[in-house]
Design a binder for this molecule. Structure first.
Ligand code: ADP
Ligand code: 2DT
Ligand code: MG
Length: 220
């Protein structure tokens, strides 16, 4: 089992639109991997508890304004400040499940109504961060996601933004390696089964004695 200190854990990222089912599926995956004997941690980005995370939280709630580039770099800095602890956990045999990561980072920034910020520019500060062993993209249309409840009051929670985010997710995930596209419109149980299958394949293929890799340039 992956609890042996010489075997590293896996880095698993879950991405998708608001209400795609990310948080529900992260919890179910954590529970199923735990039952199989893995040591598992579930984290999410943004991590709103750190000083940088508090600035992000205030921005998302609309309590503060930030230049688009500036907030983009804060989201990235929020990953860099946690990166070391992710690497340590993985090296110690803990599998880390991450709810949103660099992919949300580039896509939401580049999807803004008045884009001054390209995907390529947005990806640059992500290079060198821990590279996921697998990224599960929970694919759902904005219309289907909307059936799961109304928009909250946070920035980005509106139809135009979700439509552009969806397009950009598709653009980047068509070309990325180690991405598993999951039809998130199915039932919670069915989606969970597909995720467990993809993760089991990933863990079976993983070189558990090798090191975690690092993110390189955005594939194009
Ligand atoms: P996210 O973290 O991606 O925003 P959540 O996991 O919080 O999504 O799910 C959003 C809402 O949709 C919740 O009310 C959840 O119970 C519901 N939900 C999640 N997955 C499904 C599914 N496959 N089918 C129907 N409803 C779902
Ligand atoms: P939730 O906490 O509800 O997932 O919403 N975002 C997220 C970015 O713009 N950049 C990022 O790097 C990340 C991780 C997506 C968080 C919101 O913040 C957006 C929705
Ligand atoms: Mg969530």
């Amino acid at each position: 089992q992956s609890t042996s200190p010489t075997r590293r854990g896996a880095l698993i990222v879950v991405e998708g639109l608001d209400r795609a089912g990310k948080s529900s599926q992260c919890e179910m995956l954590r529970d199923s991997l735990s039952r199989q004997g893995h040591v598992v941690k579930y984290i999410r980005f943004p991590d709103r508890t750190t000083p940088i995370g508090k600035l992000i939280d205030s921005y998302l709630r609309g309590s503060s304004h930030q230049d688009d580039h500036s907030i983009h770099l804060l989201f990235s800095a929020n990953r860099w400040e946690i990166a070391k602890s992710i690497e340590e956990d993985i090296a110690n045999g803990t599998t880390v499940i991450v709810d949103r990561y660099s992919y949300s980072g580039v896509v939401y920034s580049a999807a803004k109504a008045n884009p001054t910020l390209s995907l390529e520019w947005a990806w640059r500060p992500e290079i060198g961060l821990p590279r996921p062993d697998i990224c599960l993209f929970l694919s759902i249309s904005p219309e289907e996601a909307a059936k799961r409840g109304g928009f909250g009051a946070e920035r980005y929670e509106n139809g135009e933004m979700q439509t552009r985010v969806r397009e950009l997710f598709q653009t980047i995930f068509e070309k990325q390696q180690d991405v598993s596209i999951i039809d998130a419109g199915k039932s919670i149980e069915e989606v969970s089964r597909e995720i467990q299958g993809a993760v089991a394949d990933c863990i079976a293929r993983l070189d558990v004695t090798g090191a975690l890799r690092k993110l390189g340039p955005l594939a194009n």
